[in-house]
Design a protein around this ligand. Structure first.
Ligand code: NAD
Length: 430
């Protein structure tokens, strides 16, 4: 099928590439001319495991193209996907100006029937507004259908998730676009849920809020573990073996971040309030999450007494493993707080250092994770990159002026760290 994706970011580029990989003819559009130039010249604007190879293979095969012209994308495709940002505004509501702008651009470019699919995460009832906008701005007065098709991929595992989705949600207001949407997703052999547009939009916000809730739940349990000497990993294992609960998203930490959970939670709370429902449960999820970073910083301050003038090593800057994305990263916020307290920082991240430089200019970036601890008063683990588990701990102990490790991701074994002579402080473990 002929598909266009408007917005070539973490979602749009993965979506377009994986559609092409499945045999569709795809055009990825972005208004960022530098990004399009980079992609056309074989460069990659983001890090996502396995993506670069697929982009190269599919551009070489002629199935994947890039342009900054929405007009061109709309003219040459049957289905147009919207994958532009939906960031949070200061009051927690969603900035829908990107969606509105793209809807107008699409309307202006349509010369015949098109299916317009929203893949961005949006508050319930946005589809209705997209349809209204297209109708208002489409001079050619052609027929169209708006579809909601929320995306559930996880950054760091995006290609894998897209190629093997656990489900595909298709929200429609008429049956006309259903067959074409089924055909788009046919190669992935995933269960397809066809529903109304409002339900599809609600599914995405409900799912992300539930996952955030699960993380905050185990983080609250981690506080109880610290107060009682319990071990949150043992508790999570015991809970997670119950198939009604499941072990995923039960890892205590310094809190969740990223470009999705924080803004989607705020958006869901905000839209609920607007509809007349106070979603207090989700406000508590936010409060617990903010508290985790506060507690972690306090742990560092209480142990070191004064951080002003001390040098701290930080492992991890991305908001989670396997990505270079630092949007709303707890690791970045942690660094900002420590810098504000007067600490000097030496930091390493396998992929996110380039992006971190722009927001944390005063930090010393270290290419080798085993060199971070050199001359530091303590080492901090802020992101759960699996490679950090292979840190040369003997070397870290020698490099540190005091053998202190604060682990915000529970990567190491408590008994082993004590045996190695570390003062080791993690989350919810004794
Ligand atoms: P992103 O910022 O990485 O990418 C968005 C792209 O859209 C940018 O390249 C930007 O230049 C482009 N853009 C903005 N306005 C445009 C316009 N008018 N025309 C053409 N291009 C335009 O954002 P993202 O992380 O890919 O997220 C996109 C949407 O998908 C958001 O609603 C997000 O909540 C949702 N989502 C994200 C993830 C994720 O893991 N990142 C997962 C599921 C859903």
């Amino acid at each position: 099928m002929k598909l266009t994706i408007i917005g070539t970011g973490y979602v749009g580029l993965v979506t377009g590439t994986c559609f092409a990989q499945a045999g569709h003819q795809v055009i990825c559009v972005d208004k960022d001319a530098d990004k399009i130039k980079l992609l056309k010249s074989g460069g990659m604007p983001i890090y996502e495991p396995g993506l670069e190879e697929l982009v190269k293979a599919n551009t070489a095969a002629g199935r994947l193209e890039f342009t900054h012209s929405t007009q061109e994308g709309v003219e040459r495709s049957d289905i147009v996907f919207i994958a532009v940002p939906t960031p949070a505004l200061a009051d927690g509501s969603v900035d829908l100006s990107y969606i509105e702008g793209v809807s107008r651009d699409i309307a202006g470019a349509m010369t015949g029937y098109r299916i317009v699919v929203d893949k961005s995460t949006v508050p319930v009832r946005t589809g209705e507004k997209v349809a209204e906008t297209i109708k208002r701005y489409c001079k050619a007065k052609v027929e169209f259908d708006v579809v909601s098709n929320p995306e559930f991929l996880r950054e760091g595992f995006a290609v894998e998730d897209f190629m093997r989705p656990e489900r595909v949600v298709i929200g429609v207001s008429s049956q006309r676009p259903v067959a074409a949407m089924r055909e788009v997703y046919l190669p992935y052999q995933a269960p397809i849920i066809v529903t109304d547009i409002n339900s599809a939009e609600l599914i995405k916000h409900a799912a992300n809020s539930f996952l955030a809730l699960k993380i905050s739940y185990i983080n609250a349990i981690s506080v109880l573990c610290e107060l009682t000497g319990g071990n949150v990993q043992e508790v999570a294992n015991g809970m997670g073996m119950d198939s009604r609960i499941g072990r995923k998203f039960l890892d205590a930490s310094l809190g969740f971040g990223g470009s999705c959970f924080p803004k989607d939670l705020s958006a869901f709370i905000h839209i609920s309030a607007k509809l007349g429902y106070d979603f207090g449960l989700l406000k508590e999820v936010q409060r617990i999450n903010a508290g985790q970073l506060d507690r972690f910083v306090k742990k560092i301050m209480d142990t070191l007494w004064v951080v002003k003038g001390k040098t701290l090593g930080v492992l991890g800057l991305a908001f989670k493993q396997n990505t270079d994305d630092i949007r709303m990263s707890p690791a970045i916020e942690l660094c900002q707080r420590l810098l504000k307290e007067g600490a000097a920082l030496r930091a390493h991240d396998p992929q996110a250092m380039e992006k971190a430089r722009a927001v944390l200019p005063g930090v010393t970036y270290v290419d080798d994770m085993n060199e971070v601890a050199v001359g530091c008063d303590a080492l901090i683990v802020a992101t759960e990159w699996p490679v950090f588990k292979t840190l040369d701990l003997q070397r870290a102990r020698q490099n540190l002026s005091h053998p202190i490790i604060f682990d915000g991701r529970n990567l190491f074994d408590v008994a082993e760290m004590e045996r190695l002579g570390f003062l080791y402080k993690s989350i919810g473990r004794g």
